[in-house]
Design a protein around this ligand. Structure first.
Ligand code: ADP
Ligand code: MG
Length: 261
């Protein structure tokens, strides 16, 4: 008999389980679009869960990616500068891999979520949190959890990753090992490792400001209309956490901007 081991790393999706070398996840309206993306990533050889099918309970069957996704509190290996460099390169690699993907017209991506203005350039991952990056031997090697993937800009993915990995957050909301880090330096290291161009660096903080405002609204909407894990996160204080991060960003704007440009 196959044992089902609950996976709680992400907090949002209820009923994610590991069964042997597979993961079973509930499907939603966005799943057909995500499955097309996963098939593309398999074709071009980018490391991510492989789509193996749908089980008799209607759940998607994905391959288990060997390694570990950091949980909370964050382990030391996830907060080193090497890890930061690795995540930036992984995100760049993902963007290269996905740039050749032509998604079907009208694919049902998750569109509740926030976005930046501007013509979409790629299908972004849009949720590059520590829980969604798999490490092996201390190095980030794969992205998982593509539920929020959708047409967006490269800069949106960069800013979202930096929200979690720099992190662009009030110190009181950071995981212990990230409490006193030099965020300006980490922003620069990430952008250098990703290879972000000068034009994008100049507008990065403005993009972060816009994203915060829109994520606040998107999260509130999800908490009210989707419920489940989203409502749980919201009631556990996600809204005030975003507000504190916004205030921290405004207070430190000039110093951070100087590090980027
Ligand atoms: N294919 C996979 N390979 C390895 N670990 C996985 C995989 N899928 C999920 N996990 C683990 O389970 C956790 C939760 O799964 P995830 O798909 O991210 O769901 P959520 O939507 O709740 O964030 C992840 O943070 C990771 O630790
Ligand atoms: Mg997740």
């Amino acid at each position: 008999m196959n044992v089902e081991v609950p996976l709680s790393g992400g907090d949002v999706t209820e009923g994610v389980v590991r069964v042997g070398d597979t993961v079973r996840r509930p499907v939603g309206p966005h799943s057909p679009a995500v499955h097309g993306l996963l098939r593309h990533l398999e074709r071009v050889g980018f490391e991510a869960p492989r789509l193996l099918g749908v089980d008799d309970r209607g759940r998607e069957i994905l391959s288990w990616v060997p390694g570990e996704a950091p949980g909370r509190p964050l382990p030391h290996y996830a907060v080193t500068e090497e890890a930061l460099v690795g995540v930036a390169r992984l995100l760049r690699g993902y963007h290269e891999a996905v740039s050749s993907y032509e998604a079907p017209e009208g694919a049902p991506w998750d569109t509740v979520a926030s976005n930046l203005d501007g013509k979409p350039e790629i299908i972004g991952h849009c949720d590059v949190t520590p829980e969604n990056v798999v490490f092996r031997g201390g190095r980030p090697v794969a992205l998982i959890d593509f539920d929020l993937a959708r047409p967006t800009t490269r800069l949106y993915d960069v800013v979202t990753a930096l929200r979690h990995w720099a992190p662009i957050a009030d110190p009181c909301d950071r995981d212990g090992p990230l409490y006193g880090v030099d965020v300006g330096r980490r922003l620069r290291v990430f952008c250098d490792s990703y290879g972000l161009d000068r034009g994008a660096r100049r507008v990065l903080l403005v993009a972060a400001r816009t994203r915060f405002e829109r994520s606040y609204e998107a999260m509130r909407f999800r908490a009210e209309h989707v419920g489940g894990g989203w409502a749980r996160i919201w009631h556990a204080g996600a809204g005030p956490r975003i507000r504190r991060a916004q205030d921290w960003l405004e207070r430190n704007w000039d110093e951070l901007d100087a590090c980027l440009n």
